[in-house]
Design a binder for this molecule. Structure first.
Ligand SMILES: Cc1cc2nc3c(=O)[nH]c(=O)nc-3n(C[C@H](O)[C@H](O)[C@H](O)COP(=O)(O)OP(=O)(O)OC[C@H]3O[C@@H](n4cnc5c(N)ncnc54)[C@H](O)[C@@H]3O)c2cc1C
Length: 390
């Protein structure tokens, strides 16, 4: 059995950022998960980031994405928008430079045992840990519009989380349900790949194709780090205003570089439209009924319908006694510690209490700065106690 003072479950941006900062502060972590697994396996190949070059993983502000580019003599303006592979290369560089050895193993169960944690690894061993930071991301939280696809065999529809490549035979005529960035990004990727017909159906107006400007987030992140519990202590109307601002930038805008990739002859938009029912016809076509009364015949349905938090859907947290939740999110203290002492949760799971920025890379350094000092304090207290009892 491996014994560690800190187990980090998840090796996406948040897991790597926290693990690197813990190591910087003298806490040697054990890190489990597929390094940037969500980005490699659940984001479309050929995708571009919505975020800019100033977003990075390093709480010490040294090994930034911009530093990575500078070391290679690359002008940030030359990589705008940023290809996903470039950010992945940065993350690999960051992991190496931070000296993080990530074990690509999944945790199947987590339990408290004699004041510590025990994590089972997919059939191969156990890790015992004094403290745990979990950064599960969003892949466990896919939101499925059940009414629309209830009658379809499962192989006829795919959530964008499980879609990475275009299959031209299967996707020749595709209906995309949803009308935000990932819906239109897939429309563009399908059109790029030369599919015949793409329909995008969504209940709202068509968002504006305008560049997002995320700089308004910077002072909020600074506040989050400087003032413990800053977001959670804001009055409800101010929290709503932050969420609205985020919504306006992220959801009411689409990246303008998508527009030329979506010829109207291929990509057909259906704003203010709900897909009410999809059925498979005897000849294999999918018949999709729209709330406008229109009917479409397609070969595949893509669900760009986003994510909805349900922390009990994370396999290793589902049966953990004492883990309190609210609206599917974990209840956290000011250090992102859950109601299970010594267990911290970060990333999207922390957005309810810490603000929407924690669903994005921008807040990775902040998460590390919030969690790691408290981890250090807990571990010191633990060491003192065990010293006294000897
Ligand atoms: C299409 C798309 C585009 C996006 N574009 C951007 C963007 O441009 N900029 C941006 O900032 N954000 C973007 N995001 C959001 C992005 O997902 C988050 O910023 C980021 O991935 C959150 O990091 P994370 O570490 O919390 O989780 P993830 O990146 O999801 O990492 C989860 C980690 O947990 C591991 N894991 C899962 N289950 C287990 C288990 N049982 N045991 C051990 N490990 C496990 C995985 O292997 C992985 O290492 C995008 C999201 C999507 C869906």
């Amino acid at each position: 059995m491996v014994d560690t003072s800190l187990l980090v479950i998840g090796a996406g941006p948040y897991g790597l950022a926290v693990a690197a900062y813990a190591r910087h502060r003298g806490i040697e972590p054990t890190v489990l998960g597929e390094p940037m697994g969500f980005w490699r396996e659940h984001m479309p190949r050929g995708m571009f980031l919505r975020s800019g070059p100033d977003w990075h993983l390093d709480a010490t502000n040294v090994h930034t994405f911009e530093a990575y580019l500078a070391e290679r003599g690359v002008d940030p303006a030359a990589v705008d928008p940023i290809p996903v592979d470039l950010f992945l290369a940065y993350a690999t560089w960051f992991q190496e430079i931070a000296g993080l050895h990530v074990r690509p193993q999944l945790v199947t169960a987590l339990r408290r045992h004699e004041g510590a944690f025990e994590a089972d690894l997919d059939g191969r061993g156990t890790v015992s840990a004094t403290t745990v930071v979990a950064a599960p991301g969003i892949s466990h939280f896919t939101n499925i519009p059940h009414r629309a696809v209830a009658e379809l065999p499962p192989e006829r529809f795919t959530h964008t989380c499980f879609l990475t490549e275009v299959d031209r035979a299967r996707d020749a005529r595709t209906l995309i349900i949803g009308g935000r960035q990932s819906a239109f990004e897939w429309a563009a990727l399908l059109a790029d790949a030369g599919v015949d017909e793409v329909h995008v159906a969504y209940r709202h107006d068509t968002p504006a194709f305008a560049p997002a400007d995320w700089h308004f987030v910077d002072p909020m992140i600074d506040q989050t780090v400087a003032v413990p519990g800053w977001f959670r202590h804001l009055p409800a109307d101010q929290q709503d205003a932050v969420a609205q601002r985020f919504w306006a930038e992220g959801r009411l805008k689409l990246e303008p570089w998508l527009t030329p990739r979506m010829p109207e002859s291929v990509v057909h938009r259906h704003p203010r439209t709900e897909v009410t029912r999809c059925v498979e016809l005897p000849d294999g076509d999918i018949r999709a009924e729209l709330s406008t009364g229109d009917v479409l015949l397609v070969d595949h349905v893509v669900l760009a319908t986003g994510y909805r938090a349900d922390i009990t859907a994370v396999p290793y947290l589902a049966d953990l006694p004492g883990l309190e939740t609210i609206d599917g999110f974990p209840v956290l203290d000011e250090h992102m510690q859950t109601s299970v002492p010594g267990l911290f949760l970060t990333g999207f799971a922390a957005t309810h209490d810490f603000g929407p920025f924690f669903g994005f890379v921008r807040a990775c350094p902040a998460a590390a700065q919030i969690i790691v000092p408290e981890l250090a304090r807990l571990l010191e207290a633990r060491a003192e106690l065990s010293g006294q009892s000897r």
